[in-house]
Design a protein around this ligand. Sequence first.
Ligand SMILES: [Zn+2]
Ligand SMILES: [Zn+2]
Length: 473
Amino acid sequence: MGLLANLVIAILVVAFLILIAFFGRLPALRHTPVAWLHRLIWIRIPRAVLAADQRLTSGRLTSSISRFFTYMLYDKHPTILVFFLLLLTVGEILYLPGAWPRLSRFNQVFGFISIVLPYWFLYKAAYTDPGIISSANHARYMSHYPYDFTLFHPGQVCKTCLLLKPARSKHCSVCKRCVARMDHHCVFINNCVGYANQHYFLLLLLTTAWLTTYGAVLGFNLVRDSAIAKTGNDNFALFKRASMPWQHYFLLLMIGIQADVGVGSVTLLTTMTTPMVWALLGYHVYLIWCGTTTNESMKWSDWKIEMDEGCAFKRSLHPPPPLERHRDHAVEPAWTRWPVEAMQILVRTEDGHPPHKESPYGFGEWERVWSLREVENLYDIGFWDNLTDIMIKEYSFRAEGRGGLRDDDEFAGNEDDVEAYGSRERLRGGSGGSGASGSRDVTRDVRRAHKERARRSKKPNIPTVSGIVNAAT
Ligand SMILES: [Zn+2]
Ligand SMILES: [Zn+2]
């Protein structure tokens, strides 16, 4: 019973610390003990240690500790990946010897598949190129998404990689490289989650959520069987019967767990972690439904603040027909596989006054924007198409290539295209490239764009819990 009690206490303490670390800063919990404990653990105790160290070692101890934490938090290393692997593997080593002989053939086969899949998708998510942008593949990544003139404007150059940033890309400060459709850098896989590996990341979440759920359900059944076998009380069920007092229920549960501490403790651990894994998966499905990424959801949050302060303005990107917008092909792709293109431009001003009418992009009067609902999200083309974009690489959503995969060779290593967007050398010299990249069909399906936009206008652009989940992964 001693080992069991220690295990249960350890699990409860870890779960409580995670709760305080993740939720202690939520405004809703501001005047609760959770916020107080958060301040104590994350602010007051570190300050006291800092003050003591200043007196005793002139701050040498804390500076080496802070270097260690900076390395742990901001450098690329597999510590959390190894921790995640150990958690999976040690859990299975504790759980399986007691559980395996008692499982039916069906559960043995199904259980084996459920155990193998998270390892496979962890490997694929961690070791697949997430979409690192280089001069060789730059033209291809430029052709994936048009600039929306809201979150992503043409002409931005990454100061480190010295390449034009394709729409939806981001420079990862941990990996020191630009990644296409960057979602976030995930410490659990020690890799960025981006255009080329996000499907593996989602499948990792799905299979892990399934494994912990399946393990918890099977484990509770085994615990119940043990409790019934030991006590002969076949009134005991997983969901407490109304006739049974709580004390009685917990006693039988403890007897069942004690019969096999390995199965019992892992069952408790999976019961506690399962909601977190499903919540993380649910959050990423929500992002897909919104047609956004973790990175973009934070940009939307910034726009929300600008709008609340009355500093955001929009106007039409296109001149009145029959005129057509001039595209600078030195900084904008001539063709993208995306079915819609930006219709408006959104900008902010420091002083809250509308920008000058003669600004380089857009036509007509500037209109102040007060709400995210007044702005379109170009990257949301409906849940199933958003999901297809993640699950099938290079899927072409345009009418001329609809339903098919584009030939990779058409983009890869096309020197003309790289030249057109400004090669590494040209950008270093301070001048952009010139010339259009071929004569690809630039006809836009404007009608479809309008239809999609009308349908999407009811959907929120901004996920509200982005900060918490981003901090967690
Ligand atoms: Zn970069
Ligand atoms: Zn990264």
